[in-house]
Ligand binder design. Structure first.
Ligand SMILES: [Zn+2]
Length: 243
């Protein structure tokens, strides 16, 4: 089994060609750890995630009739809890669905925060609000061993290069979560156990040849994306762009 650190590094490397700015790499870092939330060692974290989701849903319902992010936190915790290791969360369908749901969690807080700002009449800096959301999501996913480093890194980045939460692009957030999670799948395909990648369509187990095919697809997509959209690898002025 590849360890947390290897997955985190792979997530960042695979996302680099697609990242519109440096900040988005934090989403890839998180995405790279999403599939292993099904591991038995993470069951306590998943229970905490569920409890926080319920508390947020109750608390946020004061300001928001439908606290979307909180409801999705509960749903995602449920998916992790019932998934057996290297099952649904390690399939193409699973990483697509979970990347989408985590994007909704991140983006779903924006309307609530806007309402809260209007009601409370407090001009919180946007970076602080984004920091809180990033730490909340990181708390669910990041290994406890590296959580402090994650908090420090996100905090230092947002302090030095403030990001307007409202300018974060949802499609880019999804892309980063997805590529991070796909990098996890590629690393796990490299292990002898392999993965049943196409559940529920097929229960066939895939190994290194599928990992190589996914890497080939990644190379082609990377070159195409960089050519069409540019990248922080080729255009350094985009490093601190967010939309
Ligand atoms: Zn895994």
């Amino acid at each position: 089994m590849s360890n947390y650190r290897n997955h985190a590094i792979a997530g960042i490397l695979f996302a680099l060609p697609f990242a519109p700015s440096l900040f988005y790499l934090f989403f890839a870092l998180l995405g790279a750890s999403i599939p292993d939330m099904d591991h038995v060692n993470n069951k306590n974290k998943v229970v905490v995630m569920f409890i926080i989701g319920v508390i947020l849903a109750v608390a946020l319902s004061v300001y928001d009739k439908l606290p979307l992010s909180a409801m999705i936190i509960i749903l995602v915790a449920g998916i992790f809890y019932v998934s057996k290791h290297r099952g649904f969360t390690h399939t193409l369908l699973g990483v697509s669905v979970l990347s989408f749901l985590f994007t909704l969690i991140v983006m779903g807080f924006i309307p609530f925060i806007n309402k809260l700002l209007i009601v409370s009449n407090i001009a919180w800096p946007s970076s602080i609000l984004l920091f809180v959301v990033m730490i909340l999501v990181g708390y669910f996913i990041v290994s406890r061993k590296y959580l402090l480093w994650y908090v420090l890194l996100v905090g230092i980045y947002l302090f030095l290069f403030p990001v307007d939460y409202g300018n974060i692009g949802s499609s880019n957030v999804f892309l980063m979560f997805f590529i991070g999670a796909i990098s996890h799948i590629i690393l796990d395909l490299w292990t002898p156990a392999g993965l049943c990648l196409f559940i529920p369509v097929s229960y066939k187990k895939y190994h290194r040849s599928m990992a190589l095919l996914l890497i080939l697809i990644w190379i082609i997509c990377s070159l195409h994306y960089i050519t069409v959209n540019g990248s922080l690898l080729t255009n350094f002025t985009s490093i601190f762009k967010y939309a």
